[in-house]
Ligand binder design. Structure first.
Ligand SMILES: NC(=O)c1ccc[n+]([C@@H]2O[C@H](COP(=O)([O-])OP(=O)(O)OC[C@H]3O[C@@H](n4cnc5c(N)ncnc54)[C@H](O)[C@@H]3O)[C@@H](O)[C@H]2O)c1
Length: 292
């Protein structure tokens, strides 16, 4: 697919199509996701479902994967309305991202179905993740291992099979891994050593995968949220309500994040406008990490 030329600069001829800049398009297209399908894990609820909405609003079909047998009914209704009004497709598939066989099959199915719709898979958001608050000194090893299994191994598996599909399609693509500011800092008031360690691993995985897969035009970046009000943090705040006040002390914009705050940053990382961005982290934290 030749990008439409808006300047008279010629693209180098010796670079395969998957690695040519796709950013040389009018600016509204640089932020759009038309004519493609995006896979999103953890999109049965929380941040993942909001990011799926952003994908649909940007013109792509969204395949939502989650371990939950059914998506959250209320949020699914919003997506159904969006499908009817815009003609994009939202598909929900049950998948445990720690099960390699299941991940391999679901990604292959997504690829084939997307091809048949004429909207090839060109991106993936790895959003599924779990959290646990336990003192490190008493951490039960099965809990520690489960966090690593979902947040690290699961993120790797879905990335690996998406990358195989993108490599074989020869169209390039963008992988966005939802990491966390907790991959770079220890959160005051929270004892979450396994979670924080897992998110640091996601940051390093991103750089390593970006290094290996750039040859096929596959970009890999992380998006690192600060504190967002979702089912995940509601659980933490129910256990330790005093923590919210502590979080608010680092909130330079006077509020915690909402899932909607991540729609535009995530679409930017998926879209052609960020065509020369890979191996990077985009931190969106309301300024939390800017102060000590
Ligand atoms: N909420 C926050 O403050 C915050 C901050 C930074 C990063 N994050 C990250 O954002 C992502 C989404 O978090 P959220 O707050 O929406 O959490 P959430 O618990 O509301 O949603 C996570 C989703 O992942 C799914 N999931 C869990 N294990 C899975 C598995 N094995 N296979 C497939 N799906 C699975 C869950 O069913 C759920 O739908 C996570 O990666 C989380 O670490 C959240």
């Amino acid at each position: 697919m030749a990008p439409s030329i808006v300047s008279d600069i010629e693209l180098p001829r010796d670079i395969p199509e998957s690695r040519q800049s796709s950013a040389n398009v009018p600016i509204e297209k640089a932020f759009g996701l038309n004519n493609r399908t995006i896979i999103i894990t953890g999109a049965g609820r929380g941040l993942g479902i909001t990011l799926a909405t952003a994908v649909l609003e940007s013109g792509a079909d969204a395949v939502r994967l989650d371990i939950l047998p059914e998506p959250s009914a209320e949020e699914w209704e919003v997506i159904t309305k969006l499908q009817k009004s815009t003609g994009v497709r939202a598909i929900y598939k049950n998948c445990d991202i720690t099960n390699e066989e299941a991940v391999e099959k679901v990604v292959a199915d997504c690829g084939e179905e997307a091809r048949q719709r004429g909207k090839p898979v060109k991106g993936m958001i790895s959003c599924a993740g779990i959290q646990q608050m336990v003192d490190a000194i008493d951490y039960p090893m099965d809990g520690f291992r489960r966090i690593m299994e979902v947040n690290v191994t699961g993120s790797f598996l879905i990335s690996k099979y998406t990358a195989r599909l993108l490599r074989d399609q020869k169209l390039g693509g963008s992988i966005v891994m939802i990491a966390s500011m907790s991959g770079q800092i220890a959160n005051r008031g929270l004892h979450c050593s396994a979670y924080n360690t897992s998110k640091a691993a996601v940051h390093q995985m991103c750089r390593s995968l970006a290094y290996e897969w750039g040859q096929w035009g596959i970009r890999v970046n992380t998006l690192s949220p600060g504190y967002i009000r979702t089912a995940m943090t509601d659980g933490l705040l129910q256990e330790k309500p005093e923590v919210e006040e502590q979080w608010m002390r680092g909130a330079l914009l006077g509020r915690l994040g909402a899932p909607e705050d991540f729609k535009a940053p995530c679409v930017f990382l998926l879209a052609d406008g960020s065509s020369w961005m890979t191996g990077a982290d985009l931190r969106v934290d309301g300024g939390h990490c800017a102060t000590a």
